[in-house]
Design a protein around this ligand. Structure first.
Ligand SMILES: [Zn+2]
Length: 309
């Protein structure tokens, strides 16, 4: 069965301030990489605009309404110091990020495709129930997990996050919810400061912090020693991946030393877990990745593995 790519040209909008690492060229790089002939077999869908109520699966009404009210007609509105901002195109961009994620979940659960990659920006895993943070406005991945439960009746959804930063928002949203497993590798100490191994939620959170300088060997230890066994114990009905590629050795926003081959390895392991537990059903959503060469190589390796599924 095929792999779905959910994308949309508007993800090259959402301008950010000069020198900001989370910039439109990130999307153009991903789109160019996945436009090459080796990716011709991808099924391609344009990301739809989510209903605003879909964002309320995980965010408070007060937060969603305040974001909607904050939309600028020109210039920037800053939500989180200088890190996270909105400009006039941002609202449609983030609603298509949510819509694209939900669409990918729908397609994978309908069985029309085996798995899916959502190429969107900005990322989402730092957005908390009622707070924008770290470039993120809506927590795409969490909304996708909740959508799978509310609209498709799934009981157990696993979220695996290999972005160099801990997904504080995703953890916060599901911290007392045993129906969603959250497992993360990330650099510590590092932004956002959460993600200690002792933060375990209700036994559903599996943080596996890595140290600056760690690379593929430590990634393998983290997955083989802790995260893959946790997935086996949980037996998810769907695996959703917070696919951040800023743990790449070239990335300016982290000090881990992963290569594209390491991302290919972790992709294969997650696909094998999905095969064991849920007929291979896996949805991957782009999070970070700020060095364009590192991003191009890593996304290519990740999606090429998905297509081998
Ligand atoms: Zn990140």
């Amino acid at each position: 069965m095929a792999t779905l790519l959910v994308h949309h040209a508007i993800f090259a909008s959402h301008q950010t301030s000069a020198g900001h690492p989370e910039r439109p060229d990130r999307y153009r790089t991903v789109e160019a990489a996945l436009g090459r002939p080796r990716f011709d077999a991808l099924v391609r869908d344009e990301a739809e605009i989510a209903e605003l109520d879909t964002t309320r699966y995980v965010h408070t009404n007060a937060y969603v309404d305040s974001l909607e009210a904050a939309r600028p007609h020109e210039g920037y509105v800053y939500l989180d110091g200088g890190d996270t901002m909105m400009e006039p195109s941002t609202w449609e961009v983030v609603l298509r990020g949510v819509g694209g994620t939900v669409q990918a979940v729908d397609s994978v659960l309908a069985g029309t495709v085996q798995n899916a990659f959502v190429a969107c920006r900005p990322p989402g895993h730092h957005a908390e129930t009622d707070r924008a943070m770290g470039f993120c406005l809506f927590n795409n991945i969490s909304i996708g997990a909740r959508h799978a439960q509310l609209k498709h009746g799934l009981s157990r959804v696993a979220i695996v996050d290999f972005d160099v930063h801990h997904g504080n928002g995703t953890q916060e949203i599901f911290y007392s919810d045993p129906s969603v497993l959250y497992a993360s590798t990330h650099q510590m100490p590092w932004f956002p400061g959460t993600g200690e191994a002792r933060e375990t939620g209700v036994g559903n959170v599996f943080n596996t912090p890595l140290a600056a300088g760690d690379g593929g060997d430590q990634l393998r230890e983290a997955f083989e020693g802790r995260i893959l066994p946790a997935l086996n114990g949980f037996s998810p009905e769907l695996i959703i991946v917070s696919a951040g590629f800023d743990a790449h050795e070239r990335d300016p926003l982290g000090s881990l030393c992963m290569t594209a081959d390491d991302f290919a390895w972790v992709t294969r392991e997650l696909m094998a877990a999905a095969e064991r537990h849920c007929e291979g059903r896996l949805v991957s959503v782009l999070e970070g990745g700020y060095d364009l060469q590192g991003l191009r190589e890593s996304v290519s390796a990740h999606v090429a593995e998905l297509m081998r599924g």
